[in-house]
Design a binder for this molecule. Structure first.
Ligand code: SER
Length: 322
């Protein structure tokens, strides 16, 4: 199958491209930036694409005519609060441009990556714990606002134009690839800085609890949803869940492997505010029922698999920077 990715230079693309190439698909990865050295192993073609450039998106989609698009390009939550205009342009206009290009290039299926950031505290009280798919959405960030809108645009293009657009609401994703500007990044940096410095000062409180997921489960979720039979799907967007540790529980899991690692907590008001607005855990019953979604990694299994990968990532980075 011919598959096009937007925002392929990010954290998800790092692992998704390789999985698609390994499955024998013809992959065209696109991003604003050239292929980063960290993504060199993945294979497939790489094209420059700015999703805010409607004509450029249209041109490339018509030229490539993909069967399936993974739309990953986005400015994440913390970065988006530094520059809401940029987040609006990339996430909102970019999603519109991608869906319009899909309509005109007759792309059959689009996978949209939504997020826990679509949720926020409702005026009536706290979010239910765990939070189900269908609650009123009150995002507090521009990132979340544009993800809600992206979900609605997917549903619109599906009903109006028959484009089979489907997606997941990802928890914070953790992997051996550097994230860019997310509020959930403290969780990955607990691993990265424990390995490279032996200590980490988290920008979140010790009792911060949000839904998290290890990237191999995240990539598998995208693939399982992308190739699920349409008649099995009762929804356009699905919550998917894995585990929801407190920050100090992540610290304890890391210390099982790196006993001397030291963790301190100095909450950053903006990012802590964002984290506190998100669900503590997600209810993913619909994904489990419709397409048999089930995570494989719990916190300690992730820690055991991830720490050697973080070591290799940092060694490779040191080699590349010399
Ligand atoms: N990981 C993302 C963020 O922190 C949430 O989707 O912005």
């Amino acid at each position: 199958m011919k598959i096009l990715l937007t925002g392929a230079g990010g954290q998800i693309g790092h692992d998704l491209i390789g999985a698609l190439v390994a499955d024998g698909h013809e992959v065209v990865s696109t991003d604003l930036a050239p292929r980063p050295p960290s993504h060199a192993h993945a294979g497939g073609d790489w094209q420059r694409l700015d999703v805010t450039d409607a004509a450029g998106v249209q041109h490339l989609f018509t030229e490539v005519r993909p069967d399936l698009v993974f739309h990953l390009a986005a400015i994440l939550s913390a970065r988006g609060e530094q520059d809401p205009r940029l987040a609006y342009d990339v996430n909102q206009t970019g999603t519109w441009n991608v869906l319009e290009a899909c309509r005109r290039a007759k792309v059959g299926r689009v996978i949209f990556t939504s997020s826990i950031a679509v949720f926020g505290p409702p005026p009536s009280g706290p979010l239910p714990d765990p939070t189900p798919d269908d609650v009123a959405l009150h995002p507090t960030t521009m990132y979340g606002v544009t993800k809600v809108s992206g979900e609605l645009l997917c549903a619109y293009y599906r009903s109006r134009y028959g484009i089979d657009c489907r997606g997941v609401r990802f928890p914070g994703l953790i992997s051996a690839a550097m994230p860019g500007g997310g509020s959930s990044d403290y969780a990955l940096f607990m691993y990265v800085d424990a390995v490279r410095k032996g200590s980490y000062e988290a920008f979140a409180r010790a009792d911060t609890r949000i839904p998290l997921m290890y990237m191999p489960d995240g990539v598998r979720a995208l693939l399982e949803l992308a190739f699920a039979k349409r008649e099995k799907l009762t929804r356009t967007m699905y919550n998917i869940a894995s585990f929801s540790p407190r920050a100090d529980e992540i610290a304890a899991s890391v210390r099982r492997v790196i006993p001397d690692a030291k963790f301190t907590y100095a909450p950053d008001p903006v990012r802590q505010g964002i984290l506190d607005s998100w669900p503590k855990a997600l209810d993913d019953a619909a994904a489990r029922a419709d397409w048999n979604w089930k995570p494989r990694f719990d916190l300690d299994a992730m820690t055991d698999d991830l720490i050697p990968r973080v070591r290799r990532m940092l060694d490779l980075g040191a080699i590349l920077s010399h």
